[in-house]
Ligand binder design. Structure first.
Ligand code: ZN
Length: 283
């Protein structure tokens, strides 16, 4: 599923059609696509994972769901859901959800909830998080009303970077950790955008799909369906703190030789040490 930064890239790529008139519409969408004929594109916009084509008096909302994709000028797959022809090229959208609406997008969308929008508001995100003290950190980050655009990759990477266990309760996070969570969601989304443009996104993953913690050199825990959102999670039980923290931490056995060897390829093996709050292993 494309995350917010991928939609921002699409928005940038289709700018050549901004201000252009739609000359022809085809596709197997069940929406009344004939309404788009002859309409001029006012602007292309994005809200989280939604791609919006704002026309005169009408907006097309595209959601790429799990397997959606697009191409420009060249039809790369059969049966596009929507195809728009312009005087200077074509836009093809495949396997996506297409909806038309006539309301003003500014009245429909809360732009301050989109982590990549100029109007993003960390203060509002904090207020919304405060109202969900029992939510797990992994679910809160995927909540599109709070962090529109954040998907599963960003979730795993943000939690690893700020050293927060995905099953931490939002209400138990220290204020400084809550600040880090909100700031990192935006910061990482923009890094994701730059790396994706440079075709080197995966190279920068520290946790997502990884088997060993690069800080502790012990295996990551992999959960297939974590939290209410039931999404894949990769995390380190050693350096990602679970809040609330138990009063007494159970002593942790050092990892077995077999485990250390498994993760040894990722740098110097540092025996995992569990401490209460301070973490001494630098990234
Ligand atoms: Zn670790």
């Amino acid at each position: 599923m494309p995350e917010g930064p991928s939609i921002v890239i699409l928005k940038e790529e289709v700018q050549l059609f901004a201000g252009k008139k739609i000359l022809e519409v085809t596709g197997n969408t069940k929406e009344d696509k004939a309404l788009l004929n002859g309409k001029k594109v006012v602007s292309f916009e994005s809200w989280g994972k939604h791609f919006l084509i704002r026309l005169q008096g009408l907006t097309v909302k595209i959601h790429f769901l799990l397997f959606g994709s697009y191409s420009i000028n060249e039809m790369r797959k059969p049966n596009p859901r929507l195809h728009l022809k312009f005087s200077n090229g074509d836009l093809y959208l495949y396997s996506c959800s297409v909806k038309l609406f006539t309301e003003d997008p500014d009245a429909v969308y809360d732009w301050s909830a989109d982590v990549m929008n100029d109007n993003w508001s960390p203060a509002k995100a904090r207020k919304k998080l405060k109202a969900l003290p029992d939510a797990l950190a992994c679910d809160a980050l995927l909540n599109q009303e709070i962090f529109a655009g954040v998907g599963n990759i960003i979730k795993n990477e943000v939690l690893f970077r700020i050293r927060v266990h995905p099953e931490s309760l939002i209400g138990a996070l220290p204020p400084r950790k809550l600040t880090e969570l909100i700031a990192e969601a935006r910061k990482y989304s923009f890094q994701f955008l730059e790396w994706k443009k440079a075709f080197e996104l995966k190279k920068h993953w520290l946790a997502h799909t990884k088997t060993c913690c690069p800080r502790c050199h012990i295996p990551f825990v992999k959960e297939k369906h974590l939290g209410k959102t039931k999404r894949r999670a990769f995390f380190c039980e050693n350096c990602q703190v679970r809040y609330p923290q138990p009063a007494i931490l159970a002593p942790r056995l050092p990892p077995s030789r077999k485990i250390l060897l498994k993760c040894a390829g990722q740098g110097n093996v540092v025996p995992a040490k569990r401490s209460g709050g301070k973490r001494s292993i630098p990234l």
